[in-house]
Design a protein around this ligand. Structure first.
Ligand SMILES: Nc1ncnc2c1ncn2[C@@H]1O[C@H](COP(=O)(O)OP(=O)(O)OP(=O)(O)O)[C@@H](O)[C@H]1O
Length: 586
């Protein structure tokens, strides 16, 4: 009665519901590969039947050898060898099939996570560390795929082994069956107790593994910085600390597992001895032959083994459940809304003649509750204008650009854009196609310069790329490279100077040919003359383009139609005198 209450309590707490949800999620993948998994199960099942057959045939073989049934010795020997050889081939096919399914399911889960991560609303996703996401894509996905492949087939094959052995033993000697099953209650209770513990251990394990991935990723990304600051020893210290944590968690889990294994094994061994003694007693009394005794002992072993097998499947489910939970957490994040996709594409088509304006109206925004970046903020940028955002560091320039890009949404007020004189659209993921954005940080990818350019326009010709590089004042150094635009950029553009990387990023943004261009301190590493040349060429290339720049330098302000200052939780438009005051103050 109390255990029923306990189960009801768990259901109420939602733990069982969660586990069932996780299992159902995993088996949505099984449905796709039901045929391959079905064949795998069949092969596993035939393996179990063959091994049961081996025990029965071994009885006949012993009886044939000991003279009880010597006439059939050749026939029995042939069957015995045949069964053994079949098992070898079945195992080979099973292994190959298992690899195929595992690879397919792992890829499928990974592509689901990738797709989801790429389409998830940035506001939700930015809370995750990229190394953690990486571990979910790799470690957790593999764990789930392995379990999907092994769990159901293992349950079926173990149940066949268990059922078959049970029927054979009961048919031959019911008392023997009872003795063989004497350890079952202990195995059951031990597994029930260990379930919760295992879930906690597994959660710790995954967290440490995820921390390790984050650490590795950050270290290799910042190697140059680490070396420059002579931080190698400190990084190694942290590395050893994480290694120690990994070892501690694994050893603690293993210690617990070993104790449960010792308890169940001791009970199993005692039961094994009892079976052996009982069979020997029956043989001594002349009730059974040597062959039957051999079969009994092996069957009793397989009965105990398969029962423990069923119980030991639980930790696998628990491990996979935790991984599934971590993957589901990411894949259930809200997706980017693409509701206004068609309107945005239409606005982009019209932009060549009409351009696109952007507005922020009466906006309140805070990342964290009541911690306002600003309130009642207004900003306006029209086609053909360059609008600058200035202000001390950390006051909200990048935040404003992110709001315009629809990466974040205001708590109050409107952020909208469109062709002048037509219906406007709220800023969202759908309207992002109207922007080309050059962030503060370097965003070059491994590949050639041309590959990097074609990321935004795969069909771009070499001539178009050259023109974009020219407009960004990048052609002047690219043409001097031995392989020109086919030069390898290397990871994160390490072979280029900061100013060169910025010009390549600007060229890429120009190639995207979007009506609104956002430069987030994207010319900060250029000298003043080059910066002016770049901005002039951008305007000249596309007179209807709307340009927003977050900047600190007066050289930029002189070229702007309007300048907004972001400071003290507000945005104000400033005139020349205001700009001068701002510059004097800093
Ligand atoms: N994702 C975030 N979650 C919480 N707070 C954030 C987040 N991004 C930025 N902030 C905070 O918002 C404020 C404004 O940041 P923002 O990056 O917009 O400043 P900025 O004016 O562009 O600064 P800088 O000139 O240094 O680039 C800062 O105090 C920053 O700590």
């Amino acid at each position: 009665m109390s255990s029923i209450k306990h189960i009801i309590q768990k259901i109420k707490e939602g733990k069982l519901k969660k586990l069932i949800g996780e299992l159902l999620w995993m088996y949505a993948y099984v449905r796709k590969y039901w045929f391959l998994i079905g064949v795998y199960i069949l092969l596993g099942a035939s393996g179990s039947v063959l091994s049961l057959g081996t025990s029965v045939v071994s009885r006949d073989l012993v009886d044939a050898v000991t003279g009880v049934n010597s006439a059939e010795i050749v026939q029995v020997a042939v069957v015995y060898v045949g069964v053994g050889v079949s098992q070898i081939f079945i195992n080979a096919v099973k292994t190959r099939l298992s690899l195929r399914v595992r690879l397919k399911v792992t890829n499928e889960i990974r592509s689901d996570i990738y797709e989801q991560v790429l389409q998830t609303n940035w506001e939700s996703l930015s809370k995750y560390r990229s190394g953690d996401l990486l571990y979910r894509v790799n470690g957790d996905a593999s764990m789930v795929a392995n379990t999907i492949l092994t769990f159901l087939p293992n349950v079926v094959t173990t149940l066949i082994s268990f059922g078959g052995a049970f029927v054979i033993v009961v048919k031959n000697d019911p008392i023997m069956a009872v003795i063989a099953m004497a350890g079952a209650p202990v195995s059951f209770l031990t597994s029930r107790y260990s379930m919760k513990k295992m879930r906690d251990f597994q959660r710790d394990n995954q967290e440490v593994a995820s921390d390790r991935t984050v650490f590795d990723q950050e270290t290799f990304q910042n190697l140059q910085f680490i070396k420059a600051f002579g931080m190698v020893d400190r990084v190694m210290e942290k590395f050893y600390k994480i290694q120690k944590e990994t070892v501690d968690v694994a050893l603690l889990q293993n210690k617990f597992q070993q104790w449960t294994t010792i308890v169940t094994s001791l009970v199993g061994q005692a039961v094994g001895y009892a079976c052996y003694g009982f069979a020997a007693y029956r043989l001594w009394r002349g009730d059974i032959s040597y062959g039957t005794m051999t079969m009994f002992v092996s069957m009793a072993g397989s009965l105990r083994g398969s029962f423990s097998g069923i119980i030991s499947l639980m930790p696998t489910v628990i491990r996979a459940g935790i991984s599934a939970e971590r993957i589901m957490e990411v894949t259930s994040l809200p997706r980017d809304s693409m509701e206004q996709k068609e309107e945005a594409e239409e606005a982009k088509r019209r932009s060549k003649e009409e351009g696109v304006f952007v507005r922020m109206e009466n906006v309140d925004f805070a990342y964290e509750e009541d911690n306002w970046i600003y309130q009642n903020a207004d900003i306006s940028a029209n086609p053909g204008e360059i609008v600058a955002l200035i202000g001390p560091s950390g006051q909200g320039k990048t935040t404003t650009l992110n709001l315009l890009l629809g990466l974040y949404h205001p708590q109050k007020g409107r952020v909208y854009l469109g062709n002048p004189g037509r219906t406007a659209m709220e800023a969202s993921s759908a309207t992002r196609c109207l922007f080309s954005y050059i962030p503060q940080s370097n965003t070059l990818f491994t590949g050639t310069i041309a590959d990097n350019m074609r990321m935004v326009k795969p069909e771009a010709t070499d001539e178009e790329i050259r023109q974009a590089l020219e407009a960004a004042c990048a052609w002047e150094f690219v043409e001097k490279l031995e392989e020109g635009m086919n030069t390898q950029v290397r990871e994160r553009g390490t072979r280029f100077s900061e100013g060169q990387k910025q010009r390549l990023s600007i060229a890429r943004a120009l190639l995207a040919d979007a009506p609104v261009m956002i430069l987030d301190e994207a010319t900060s590493a250029l000298d003043v003359a080059t910066e002016r040349r770049v901005l002039r060429r951008i305007i000249k290339k596309e007179p209807h383009r709307t340009i927003l720049v977050a900047a600190h330098r007066p050289s930029v302000f002189a070229m702007c139609n309007r300048v907004y200052k972001i400071q003290d939780h507000g945005i104000t438009q400033v005139d020349e005198q205001g700009i001068q005051e701002f510059l004097d103050a800093f």
